[in-house]
Design a protein around this ligand. Sequence first.
Ligand code: FAD
Length: 144
Amino acid sequence: MGWAAGPAAKNLNGLSYNELLDRAIGSLSRTFDKSESWLRKCIFRLHYHDWSKDLFSLGAYSYPKVNGLQAAEILAEPIDETIYFAGEATDFTGANGTVHAAVQSGRSAAQKIAGVSWTRVTVRLLQFCQLKPNELKISREILF
Ligand SMILES: Cc1cc2nc3c(=O)[nH]c(=O)nc-3n(C[C@H](O)[C@H](O)[C@H](O)COP(=O)(O)OP(=O)(O)OC[C@H]3O[C@@H](n4cnc5c(N)ncnc54)[C@H](O)[C@@H]3O)c2cc1C
């Protein structure tokens, strides 16, 4: 897998698919001391993603704004023990902007949900579905 970031990525901006492929093959050739023709024969499948043209990231990682260090902690707060949030943006341990923060925040939200009392979940479910208690025919085993 190849990865170019920062100034190296900027230098690749505007290159065509074939030009990028040539650069990648050239880099592999120098790194592993193998001929470019040999490497081309070894290619099974190719994929590349230009993050700088990705409308949802524009090449950037997420980051807190100035004075925004507490934002993640606030965002991670559940609402009324009903809505729970996860994702790297809710990490306030300093790992925001990473996959492991996203995974950990998911685990943490799941643990919080598991800690909520069954009675409370039932009450919320009844309210949400606008049902009376005797109309709730779903068992805890189905829910969890
Ligand atoms: C260029 C780049 C390189 C990176 N490299 C690394 C790296 O090397 N190592 C690393 O650890 N991290 C890296 N990251 C960061 C990592 O990708 C993110 O931190 C991680 O993917 C965040 O996971 P998430 O689940 O919180 O959010 P996301 O992966 O962004 O998932 C959010 C999901 O919600 C969906 N969504 C958004 N709005 C709505 C809506 N209204 N309704 C329904 N769905 C919606 C989106 O489509 C998306 O699928 C990189 C990020 C970028 C942009």
